[in-house]
Design a protein around this ligand. Sequence first.
Ligand code: SF4
Length: 451
Amino acid sequence: MTQPLLESELEPRYLYVHTFGCQMNEYDSLRVQRILAAHGYLVTPDMVSADVIFLNTCSVREKAEQKVHSFLGRLKRLKSHHPGLKIILAGCVAQQLGNKLLKRFDHLDLVLGTRAISAVGDLLEKIQQTNKRLAYLPEVDSMTPRELFTASPAATSPVTAPVTIMQGCNNFCTYCIVPYVRGRERSRPSREILDEIEKLTSCGTREVLLLGQNVNSYGRGLEEKISFVELLHRIQEETDLLRLRFTTSHPKDLTDELIRCFADLPVLCKYLHLPVQAGSDRILKRMNRGYTAGHYLEKIQRLRDACPEIGLSSDVIVGFPGETEEDFQQTMDLLKTVQYDNLFSFRYSDRPHARAAAFDDKLDEETKARRLMELQALQADITLRKNEAEVGTLREILVEGPSKTQEELLTGRTHQNRIVHFESTRPCTGELITVRIREAASHSLKGEPAA
Ligand code: SF4
């Protein structure tokens, strides 16, 4: 493997990054930017002037995968005008299709599996020197934690930064491709996580989002004896973070101990994303989720008893094979009961390898689309009502910087992950401030700093 050159020895070359999918992919894309910076690459927002295009892909839903294929197709023309351009494709689609992608897209140079991110710099140098195209899909068991999780994703730290604590999943929900493209669960040693958080806070990060497909199982399989709850306590005690969040949690693994953390740990934001997926026990069983709607609702109650102000969000899939009108109404009833602050909802689509792809009682697209529209309309009402109930309250927010939609305003988030825009007479990015909420809209709030 070649040694990266020092930044000062290199002419700048340009890297364009496009990320599809989840926060784990966002994190991996940041790692790639960091690794390629050491090989002399500057990030550019202009794809046409790039020397390397890095696409990080998602195959968790069929639609996301189709977007990747069409994006890749469009790059063929660009490459014909710029033959030196190298195109790299990573993430779940890369892991799933591997060499087939090189055969189908002859302008693609490098395919990297989900566990291959740390090798991107060396492999890019290799394909540049040899002019050969390559797919690299290492087995997860053959990798060290350092190769899997390379630390310090960014040279400059944003106010809020992600930190991966585990990868992969052992749950095998019948609709999900993740265990096949991300492999079995692997946790990251706690010392590495704490070191990364320490580096981030020393560069200005105030809030960390711990990432994993199923963070509640953190620690299984590690040599050290540590649980997710113990990790949260250590972060509270040993770091200078102002705020901590985590995602994603599996309802079946949400313990009373973890629920107590929302009341006991000041650093932990009072917010939980707890995917329910369906409100019908019959469908939950076919999804292999490992809980009933009743068990799920009991956990929601215990969360609210321990921490009455907790904000909640969830994921729902509509139109799972065999979903009847009655099953769907049970999902709608669950939404009415829980009153989530926010919801991410999707139509079911077949995924390769996933068991549900072989189920024979699929629903037609029209029914799925109608149910999704009904469900989203219900949730839009709930979210708006909950946002309106915020008007007049005082909320502590962490200020993240200028608003993306209204330049003259700053933006922050409440504990419950609500976005608040406000005017400020002084720079206060990175600070915790208190605002009075003045207006509510469907996706955000407006406020003013409290005296
Ligand atoms: S818990 Fe289920 S839905 Fe989540 S990543 Fe694992 S298999 Fe997929």
